[in-house]
Design a protein around this ligand. Structure first.
Ligand code: GAR
Length: 195
């Protein structure tokens, strides 16, 4: 199976996914695609020998349909079986999601259904929650929705800031996402709970 990984930033989840796809793993990364030509993850992907492409969303000035038409081109060439969003910070339209129904995965830095959208860690701290975490789910037309494949939890400690909490959650993302991808690629639908 071929996996396209979509990123916007440093790509640490992309690296965790790509490094997991070796040996008897049924999938391999076929490309890393970014919406920002300066995304740090592009160089990391190239260093791992993965083909990369960048479609800068900014010239499209909010025209999501035109941006996605451009995004689609390299994907239609690569023909991925799975599209893994790994810190990809553009909302995809229902039309785009519908083209790849059931094939798009996302990792979100909260215990969904709590805290869809942005600033998840700050909102969890502000709400007085005692735990936070991350969720891998299949992408549907609704934002940060869709069937959950797995979650990982961490405690929220006294004095935590959004930054210290993010630093506790991110290593769990790097464990959860590869596990969830492997299970999906092996058609194993057992939900994952970490730790
Ligand atoms: C990760 O924490 C990921 O969960 C989050 O962005 C970060 C990307 O880090 N994704 C979202 O907020 C999606 N709405 P990375 O580029 O180092 O993988």
């Amino acid at each position: 199976m071929k996996v396209a990984i979509l990123i916007s930033g440093s790509g640490s989840n992309m690296v965790a996914l790509a490094e997991s796809m070796t040996g008897d793993h049924p999938a391999r990364p076929c490309m890393v695609l970014a919406n920002d030509p300066n995304a740090g993850g592009l160089a990391r992907a190239r260093a791992m020998g993965i083909p990369t492409a960048a479609i800068d969303h900014r010239p499209y000035k909010g025209d999501r349909t035109a941006f996605e038409a451009a995004l689609l081109e390299p994907l239609l060439t690569a023909q991925p079986d799975i599209i893994a969003l790994a810190g990809f910070m553009r909302v995809l339209t229902p039309d785009f999601v519908g083209r790849f129904e059931g094939q798009i995965l996302n990792i979100h830095p909260s215990l969904l259904p709590k805290y869809k959208g942005l600033n998840t860690h700050a909102r969890a701290i502000e709400a007085g929650d005692t735990e936070a975490g991350c969720t891998v789910h299949k992408v549907t037309a609704a934002l940060d929705d869709g069937p959950i494949l797995g979650q990982a939890r961490v405690p929220i400690l006294p004095g935590d800031t959004a930054e210290t909490l993010a630093a506790r959650v991110l290593p769990m993302e790097h464990k959860l996402y590869p596990l969830a991808l492997r299970r999906l690629a092996m058609a194993d639908h057992t939900p994952i709970t970490l730790p």
